[in-house]
Write a protein that binds this ligand. Structure first.
Ligand code: SAM
Length: 241
């Protein structure tokens, strides 16, 4: 079977024989930038129906069209893992979202904590980063990036069957202690540049479903900590081991 070099996320149902209209941006990218023509093949995925090999049937820079010729992969769901992180500077927040999508987070939840600097986020821009990361890394699933949520509110309504891997910088230097915990539904929690307040720390330590862990003997930047925590979790409980 033909191997498509280009992968494109489309917000459209996919099935064999399905005609898929492209947006203006996708048409410009495929036919203006990537110079594809009629008869070329592209891998399409929508995060739900799997991946399809699709043939260009209308190479038009404004409103191109493809037809799905064959299903090439089923959708591969990542583990039920959320990444909750306090937004930091824009570029580094973009980085955290991109890495979380590549590393197998199912949901990405920007959280407002006591010491979080960024009052607002551009959820649409962050969602686009997650989508581009999925296109690039071969993922067939795109994690949802939620709106900015208050940590207090999230914890007040928490589903107690979802464990929390609480990356607590005050444990810096302590042994890495995820220990023998169960799999299932999890969320990683990473704080802001200013770290967690003592009230937040006390509250989280008191939660039976929160597991406070160290990420080694040095204080990591929040974006480094997010990648390190995702690696520890995936290696220990996720779809990497
Ligand atoms: N201002 C804090 C301080 O100096 O202690 C550092 C906060 S750190 C830049 C941002 C977040 O990364 C922390 O809230 C924590 O979630 C995580 N983090 C960084 N280093 C860590 C470590 N050694 N162990 C556990 N978590 C860590």
């Amino acid at each position: 079977m033909v191997q498509a070099k280009i992968r494109l996320y489309v917000d459209h149902p996919l099935s064999e024989g399905q005609t898929v209209p492209l947006t203006k941006e996708q048409s410009h990218y495929l036919f203006g930038v990537m110079r594809q023509d009629n008869g070329a093949f592209v891998a399409l995925f929508n995060g739900a129906d799997g991946e399809f090999l699709a043939e260009v049937t209308k190479a038009n820079k404004k409103n191109g069209e493809l037809v799905c010729r064959a299903k090439t992969r089923d959708v591969q769901m990542p583990p039920d893992l959320w990444l909750m992180f306090a937004p930091i500077k824009k570029a580094r927040t973009d980085f955290i979202v991109e890495k979380a999508a590549e590393m197998g987070a199912r949901r990405i939840v920007p959280v407002n904590t006591a010491y979080t600097n960024a009052e607002r986020i551009r959820q649409d821009r962050l969602q686009a980063h997650a989508l581009e990361a999925a296109e690039q890394c071969g993922g067939t699933y795109v994690p949802e990036v939620t709106e900015l949520q208050k940590l207090d509110r999230l914890l007040a309504d928490w589903d107690e069957t979802r464990h929390i891997m609480f990356c607590d910088e005050s444990l810096v230097g302590a042994a890495q202690a995820l220990g023998d915990v169960a799999g299932g539904k999890w969320a990683i929690l990473i704080g802001p540049e200013g770290g967690f307040s003592q009230a937040e720390r006390d509250r989280l330590h008191a939660l039976p479903y929160a597991h406070a862990i160290s990420l080694g003997p040095r204080i990591l930047r929040a974006d480094t900590a997010a990648v390190a925590a995702l690696t520890v979790w995936q290696q220990h409980l996720g779809d990497w081991s």
